[in-house]
Design a protein around this ligand. Structure first.
Ligand code: GTP
Ligand code: MG
Length: 270
């Protein structure tokens, strides 16, 4: 087909190919979820329906884009890490980011009822997305540690804050005042001495966030096969290995998780 005189406008498109050998991280974050959570009566400080829906939507992204080796989520955010040699969408940042974000957003709406039942979705939620490249395993692990440390920090604050309000009878302004200048040890102490709550015993999902990785599972399936020289089919059991997304609610800052799952990261030497 002959080129039109308009064709030159294509050259205005800029190249956004992600640097080779780097892990590509796409992080998305709910837009104005402070309002969204209020409007949809999310329980405070953590709503397990909302967290479950975030996790379900993230699984849908991983199943759609199998090059994601690990995903980590907390509150209204989720990070997706693509393997460092991924060639998906020719490593174009905008393609990767928009596909992740739109697949996640549509899943959030699609699976809403599974988690919120009859409670209606009042307006379409949206998520922003960004792409960050990490060249070394050390950098990538520090990135994930940063997000999990943020989860811990916010959850400890929110747990004490809402305990002071809901159980202690303080107003939100009073609770805010009470927590000004306190460090983690002070917050643990308030929970323990005033409310008999041991923060260590709080839910791992809330303290650690959600980590999604692939695991291999053997599945037994029944297959019908034709037996030669015979009319009828025979049923046989075969074992198939399937990759499935599995959720973990554990520490990903220390060594143990990475020692137990050595396949997630590739050696830096490659
Ligand atoms: P932008 O991301 O800048 O658009 O603002 P945002 O309002 O989404 O704030 P941010 O992403 O910093 O924080 C997420 C907010 O979502 C929290 O501050 C809470 O208000 C709300 N949120 C997330 N998870 C929960 C939950 O489980 N329960 C409740 N009650 N609120 C939640
Ligand atoms: Mg947000």
């Amino acid at each position: 087909m002959a080129k039109s005189k308009f064709e030159y406008v294509r050259n205005f498109e800029t190249d956004d190919t992600c640097l080779r050998n780097c892990y590509i991280v796409v992080r998305l974050d709910g837009r104005n979820f402070h309002r969204f959570s209020e409007q949809h009566n999310f329980t405070k400080p953590n709503d397990n329906r909302a967290l479950g829906l975030m996790s379900r939507s993230a699984r849908s992204v991983m199943e759609d884009m199998e090059d994601v080796v690990i995903a980590y989520g907390q509150s209204d955010e989720f990070s997706f890490v693509f393997k460092r040699n991924s060639t998906l969408f020719r490593r174009r940042a905008s393609k990767l980011m928009t596909h992740v974000t739109s697949q996640f957003s549509s899943s959030y709406v699609f699976y809403w009822r599974e988690f919120f039942g009859e409670q209606p979705l009042l307006y379409p939620p949206s998520f922003d997305g960004r792409v960050v490249l990490y060249p070394t395993n050390h950098n990538l692990r520090d990135y994930l540690s940063w997000r999990q440390a943020d989860c811990h920090f916010n959850n400890l604050y929110n747990t004490v804050f809402w305990t002071l309000v809901q159980t202690g009878g303080l107003s939100t302004a009073q609770a805010e005042d009470r927590l000004k200048g306190t460090v983690a040890a002070d917050k643990n102490e308030i929970l323990f001495s005033e409310f008999n709550i041991n923060y260590n015993n709080e839910s791992a999902l809330h303290k650690k966030g959600t980590t999604l990785i692939w695991t291999k599972q053997n599945e037994t399936v029944t297959k019908c096969i034709k037996v030669s020289n015979e009319e009828e089919e025979k049923e046989v059991s075969v074992i198939r290995s399937r990759r499935r997304v599995q959720a973990h609610y554990c520490d990903i800052i220390g060594e143990q998780f990475w020692d137990e799952h050595p396949d997630i990261l590739e050696d830096d030497a490659h």
